[in-house]
Design a protein around this ligand. Structure first.
Ligand SMILES: C[S@@+](CC[C@H](N)C(=O)[O-])C[C@H]1O[C@@H](n2cnc3c(N)ncnc32)[C@H](O)[C@@H]1O
Length: 363
């Protein structure tokens, strides 16, 4: 991979191709012209994951091309990665190649970094990690100034912390987020800031209370809470719920209730189909929900959750999969119209793009 590919011209061209694809996909839908939020052409990824390939006495970073899982190709630099990743890559590789205890049976390395300069490195092995490994790893982690995790089957050794704390600027305020290793976080922090600002700007006049599904670590929840009296947020992954609660405290935001539930379970709770002990301290009837915010995984919304969204005056739908967004908007269009549509280039130089839609109930 060379710097050549990541020029501003190449960036503009790949983005143009994506916006054209979105125009074509949504040609049969009533959507306004999308606002397009760009990324930097290099240094945009806060996370990266590489295989470690061993050849004789030398080990190097490698990746597989899609569909070719036998022979990986060597990676010497990673222009997409944040500067911390690019600084750490050669330094860590030198350490790996210099120490057989660290190198042997190492098959994957993951980097998680922040705009604020923190880094967490995860080393994944096909061997049991012992105290000798830990002593060697501790020396390396101190030299590199990072936290480090060693993983193997049923084993996790944490040197330092198993999270980083990211700082994002939204609407003139700084929000700090715990981001746990192996939990979901948005990969492109600068584009994430643009998504957060867009969601905040488009819900400023909503009033009342917000219900949010798929809240992750509270990424959108925290800045959106400033626009509402109260927020009810739900998320399936335990570690993300834990971080979302931690992040509320870290940022002094206290008008949010968070419950660990799937969107399917939360629908049942709203309809009083089932009672949930996880909601025993939360009175759902006391909320005055005007607005729903959803940011589902690639599969999009299940039919019942889609129907739930249609109960509210404003729907904010953020999606990492235009195909499922297109499918779900077809259904929601019966009751709501798209007032704003945005493209966020979270994943430059891949065919992926993040979309956001603001829908208002038809009058
Ligand atoms: C695209 S991420 C968005 C997270 C968050 N909004 C953010 O910006 O970081 C989708 C989230 O949905 C969660 N999730 C996946 N399936 C779910 C389900 N059936 N019900 C609730 N949450 C789910 C995942 O754990 C993940 O945190």
């Amino acid at each position: 991979m060379t710097e050549q590919r990541f020029t501003p011209d190449a960036y503009r061209q790949q983005l143009q191709e994506k916006t054209q694809r979105i125009d074509t996909l949504f040609a049969d839908s009533e959507i306004p012209t999308p606002e397009v939020y760009t990324s930097s052409p290099t240094g945009f990824r806060m996370r990266a994951e590489f295989k470690i390939w061993h050849e004789g006495d030398e080990s190097f970073y490698a990746m597989y091309r899609q569909g070719e899982y036998k022979t990986p190709y060597r990676i010497d630099d990673f222009p997409q990665g944040h500067e911390s990743i690019n600084r750490l890559m050669p330094a860590l590789l030198t350490e790996i190649n210099a120490c057989e205890t660290i190198r042997r049976k190492l098959f994957q390395v993951e980097f998680l970094t922040t705009l604020s300069g923190e880094a967490l490195v995860t080393l994944i092995y096909h061997k049991k990690l012992d105290d000798v490994w830990q002593d060697k790893a501790e020396i390396i982690r101190e030299r590199l100034g990072v936290s480090m995790i060693g993983r193997s089957r049923k084993q996790k050794r944490v040197l330092g912390q198993d999270f980083v704390t990211e700082s994002l600027q939204v609407d003139g305020r700084e929000y700090r987020y715990q981001q746990i290793e192996s939990s979901f976080t948005q990969p492109n922090a600068q584009v994430c800031e643009k998504m957060l600002a867009w969601a905040v700007a488009n819900t400023r006049q909503c009033g009342g209370d917000l219900v949010e599904l798929y809240c992750g670590n509270g990424n959108f929840t925290l800045p959106l809470a400033a626009n509402f009296e109260r927020v009810m947020a739900t998320e399936l992954a335990k570690s993300s719920v834990h971080s979302a609660r931690y992040n509320m405290q870290l940022n002094g935001v206290n008008n949010i209730d968070i419950a660990r539930m799937s969107s399917e379970e939360f629908s049942q709770a709203l309809d009083k189909v089932r009672e949930f002990r996880r909601l025993k301290d939360i009175d759902l009837d006391s909320f005055n929900f005007t607005t729903i915010f959803v940011d589902p995984p690639r599969a999009g919304l299940d039919p019942h959750t889609t129907a739930i969204t249609q109960r509210y005056d404003t729907i904010v739908y953020v999606s990492c999969n235009p195909e499922t967004l297109h499918r779900d908007l077809k259904v929601i269009a019966a009751t709501h119209q798209v007032e704003a549509f945005a493209l966020f280039d979270q994943f430059p130089f891949t065919h992926h793009i993040e979309c956001g839609a603001i829908l208002k109930r038809r009058v």
